[in-house]
Design a protein around this ligand. Structure first.
Ligand code: SF4
Length: 354
């Protein structure tokens, strides 16, 4: 059976065309069908009432629509919403919706777990389970549209569970689905891929003609410090990753989690400025969320502000981000990790369900 939701809109149209022809259906049905995948999504083909009943039944057999089952939906005091989805094989992933003024940013997952083991990350502690299919990646947006409130996100960031560039083929197709006018039609500049810097696939992302945004999970401005926080440094050394950023003819964001006593002294801020300035990069400073290695503590508020000021005094644009959704553990992998030891019990019993 073909999973239409894992194909790009053009490929989905091409997949249904011969099937429609074999049933002597008019070709325009192809566009009607594709429109129901992402533009005006349906939970099941039964709901696509513009199609004849017999065709809907045949579609359900030939091209079943893959769904993500909502296990919990938690609402934070600051308006952040967190979704835990169960996949067909019982695995679970998360998305986080962050409203900010007119913006509604959805943070999506690209893998179940993650193999990279960054010490400050809850998902990293979980280890790698499997890659997600495009239907499961773009499906996180689709399910949001299908939910009762049904509002589309204005922005999408690949900052949930997993390293997107280690699941390149599925992420590549998902980027097209998110951006294509016959997909969700979200502008490329409103879609951000966040990566630790997987070099070969970074080059593939850079070659795409759309202006997708790139965020580098940096967290340390020197190789020695990065190695202590992010084992990937052994494979892709910082100087090579920074060099690879030059391929992007657009502004890059550097993500930097401030960890008390580990990467938050002002000398380190100077190193970071030395790296960020020639790139013309924006530095996003993020407070540490709980869930990583137990011996890590967040930087003090005072130190975070000093660090931000130091970067600015060196001519770097830096923004200290607020922690969002702390009361619902809205850092990547946290809800999933919380549920992990209790999977035999109904997950709904363990979280406030909206
Ligand atoms: S920070 Fe990203 S790359 Fe590192 S372990 Fe977590 S999910 Fe993986």
């Amino acid at each position: 059976m073909t999973d239409l939701l894992s194909l790009t809109p053009d490929a989905a149209r091409a997949a249904v065309a011969p099937w429609l022809a074999a049933r002597s259906e008019p070709a325009y049905r192809g566009s009607q069908i594709v429109a129901r995948l992402w533009q005006r999504p349906v939970a099941s083909w039964e709901e696509a009432t513009e199609l004849p009943t017999a065709l809907r039944r045949a579609l359900a057999e030939a091209f079943p629509l893959r769904r993500l089952r909502l296990v919990t939906r938690q609402l934070s005091r600051d308006g952040t919403e967190k979704f835990l989805w169960q996949l067909e094989d019982g695995e679970a992933i998360e998305s986080v919706l962050i409203p900010e003024g007119k913006r509604r940013t959805l943070c999506i997952s690209s893998q179940v777990g993650c193999a990279l083991g960054c010490v400050f990350c809850a998902t990293g502690r979980m280890g790698f389970r499997r890659n997600l299919a495009p239907a499961e990646i773009a499906g996180q947006v689709r399910e949001l549209l299908l939910s009762p409130a049904g509002q589309a996100p204005t922005n999408v960031v690949f900052m949930g569970m997993g390293e997107p560039l280690l699941n390149w083929e599925a992420v590549d197709a998902s980027l097209t689905i998110l951006n294509h006018p016959d997909g969700f039609g979200i502008g490329a500049r409103h879609i951000t891929v966040s990566t630790v810097g997987i070099l070969a696939n970074l080059a593939k992302l850079a070659r795409r003609p759309e202006q997708f945004r790139l965020a580098l999970s940096l967290h340390a401005p020197t190789s020695a410090l990065r190695l202590a926080l992010m084992p990937i440094e052994k494979k892709y050394a910082l100087p090579d990753v920074v060099q690879a950023l030059q391929q992007f003819r657009r502004r890059v964001t550097l993500e930097y989690v401030l960890i008390g006593g580990r990467n938050d002294d002002l000398e380190t801020a100077d190193h970071l400025a030395g790296l960020a300035k020639p790139l013309g990069a924006l530095v996003n400073l993020l407070p540490l969320h709980p869930g990583g290695a137990p011996d890590l503590t967040p930087s003090s508020r005072r130190r975070m502000l000093e660090f931000e000021r130091r970067l600015r005094s060196r001519g770097v644009e830096a923004v200290l981000r607020r922690s969002r959704g702390l009361d619902i553990s809205a850092a990547c992998g946290q809800l999933r990790v919380e549920l992990e030891p209790r999977r035999k019990v109904r997950a709904e019993e363990h979280a406030r369900v909206e």
